[in-house]
Design a protein around this ligand. Structure first.
Ligand code: ZN
Length: 78
């Protein structure tokens, strides 16, 4: 018997989406967008900001040209 080998127990809610910290039963879990668990508000906020930055970049790409020149220095940080 291998009590730790149960793959079925590896649930998606068991680790923070951002820092992979294990989430125990007594730990506060912060959900985001339905199925992403986080160990803290800070981690969740971080993910929200990452998502927002990603969406913003996508939008900038779509509407481009007008602001490209002034924003170029920052965009290049990629
Ligand atoms: Zn975390």
């Amino acid at each position: 018997m291998l009590p730790y080998a149960g793959g079925e127990n590896t649930h998606f809610l068991e680790a923070c989406t951002l820092c992979s910290k294990p989430l125990g039963h007594n730990t506060d879990i912060f959900m985001y967008r339905g199925n992403n668990p986080f160990c803290s508000q800070e981690c969740r906020q971080e993910q929200i900001e990452i998502d927002e930055a990603r969406e913003k970049r996508w939008r900038v790409k779509k509407s481009k040209e007008t602001s490209t020149k002034t924003m170029y220095g920052q965009e290049v940080l990629l």
